[in-house]
Design a protein around this ligand. Structure first.
Ligand code: NAD
Length: 435
């Protein structure tokens, strides 16, 4: 342990990450990685090895716009680690995508896969673009050119993309087709999150929310709270938030507040979630104008008195400013990185159980793994089979991490990192360093 501490405080250790922005996703990831490494007494060399991504690819993506102009966009793919298997991770399109963010998300994917025993490494990709400014044809050309730039990176045995922010089944279909055309054979397993007709898995769309609720139910049972007596607040009403709200509603819980980018909606008597979902779907995926609840500010919403808070929107929502005011008994992290590292301690001191993102939202990558397995076998499972296996893996992972947290007297988040890092480090030790 002391040897590692020396390394942690030395400039030697900081070498691979020369500039970390305070509170950035990468800083939060590194802080948690450091803490878990200390508990594990991780070999300093292994720590250094896992601090740096294996591969960082930056590409310029030129495309011809509909009006004939040439535009050039920045594209990234970061392979954090592939010790456990082919790397896996989504691709996001956003005007503010940065390499720092993509690096953090890639590392999170390594820990997430290891945490739930999915045999994949971690990766992430992104294109710095506001997709709303592009036509469908321009988006298709952008996606195909990005894929062409990544032909030596992607592959069913190498690196397998999936949808993320502002990318979807259609984006995956274009990637799959471009890769297949270049390789002169249909290669379904090169991406996951595809349309079912192209080899996607049943249950994939709902998988992340389903995993959030499986782990939330496990956490509620540890606190001896019956789901039918529980009050729940959900921030974000997209794929993860709306499915989580629906599934906990079906368990008899009272969902007292929901929100999306248009604001918060509160009803102390409980919101009719199927009605809210119907409203959002028929209103351009927006809750604006929903009259089954009173308006409430997003900050106020996070601070409501409830049993379960599910942040399912974006990063850094619970931070050092509002963490002391959070009253939920359980926070189940549907989003990636919704709690900053410096808020962890405050939540811990206030006795709040946090089901960490790398466990709570791992249902998506778990069913992506099922999709990859089905594509490779050419044999497709029923939705019932997918859900049963997903629930089992999520429940086993929760129980496993709960045991680790008790063994070391640490939080579930710390336990998730300890377990995941140990798994990667042990595999690395067995494989050795190729030279
Ligand atoms: P989405 O785009 O479908 O939904 C995001 C929702 O958050 C929308 O309702 C949006 O209006 C809302 N939102 C945005 N900013 C907000 C704000 N400031 N306050 C309140 N609501 C706000 O995205 P998603 O797929 O549901 O993903 C949500 C989060 O879950 C992201 O962090 C994503 O990385 C993470 N995640 C998603 C998956 C998946 O399978 N979809 C898997 C793992 C993790």
């Amino acid at each position: 342990m002391s040897q590692l501490k020396d390394v942690l405080s030395s400039s030697y250790y900081k070498e691979p990450v020369p500039h970390i922005e305070k509170d950035s996703p990468f800083a939060s990831m590194m802080e948690r990685f450091r803490f878990a490494s200390e508990i594990l007494d991780l070999d300093p060399g292994v720590f250094k090895y896992l601090s740096s991504p294996e591969r960082v690819i930056i590409v310029a993506i030129p495309i011809t716009m509909d009006d004939g102009r040439i535009e050039v966009f920045d594209g990234y793919r970061v392979i954090h680690n592939s010790i456990l298997g082919p790397s896996k991770g989504g691709i996001r399109y956003a005007h503010d995508v940065s390499l720092d963010e993509v690096k953090a998300l890639a590392a999170w994917m390594t820990w997430k896969c290891a945490c739930v025993n999915v045999p994949f490494g971690g990766a992430k990709g992104g294109i710095r673009v506001n997709p709303k400014n592009l036509s469908q044809h321009e988006l298709e050309r952008l996606t195909r050119r990005y894929t062409a730039n990544m032909l030596d990176v992607f592959g069913p045995d190498r690196d397998i993309p999936a949808p993320d922010m502002n990318t979807n089944e259609q984006t995956m279909a274009w990637i799959m087709d471009t890769y297949s055309m270049k390789n002169q054979r249909t290669e379904k397993a090169v991406v996951t999150g595809k349309p079912i007709i192209l080899g996607g898995s049943k249950g994939r769309k709902e998988a992340t929310g389903r995993g959030v609720i499986t782990t939330t139910l496990a956490a509620l049972s540890k606190l001896r709270i019956s789901p039918s007596n529980a009050t729940v607040v959900v921030q974000g009403f997209g794929n993860v938030g709306s499915v989580s709200a629906q599934l906990i509603y079906e368990q008899g819980a009272k969902v007292i507040a929901i929100s999306d980018v248009t604001g918060g909606y509160y009803n102390a008597g409980g919101i009719d979630i199927p009605e809210a979902i119907h409203y959002s779907m028929t209103n351009g995926f927006s809750l604006e104008g929903f009259d089954g609840a009173e308006p409430i500010g997003n900050d106020e919403l996070l601070e409501l008195d409830c049993d379960v808070l599910i942040p399912a929107a974006k990063e850094n929502q619970i931070n050092i400013e509002n963490a002391p005011k959070i009253k939920a008994k359980i926070i189940a992290e549907g989003a990636n990185g919704p709690v900053t590292a410096n808020a962890d301690k405050i939540l811990e001191e206030n006795g709040i159980m946090v089901v960490p993102d790398i466990l709570a939202n791992a249902g998506g990558v778990t069913v992506s793994y099922f999709e990859w397995v089905q594509d490779r076998h050419g044999y497709f499972w029923t939705e019932e089979r997918v859900n049963r296996r997903l629930n089992r893996m999520m429940r086993e992972s929760f129980d496993n991490l709960f045991m680790v947290s008790e063994k070391y007297s640490i939080t579930l988040r710390q336990a998730a990192y300890v377990y995941a890092i140990d798994r990667v480090a042990t595999t690395l030790k067995l494989r050795g360093i190729y030279a």
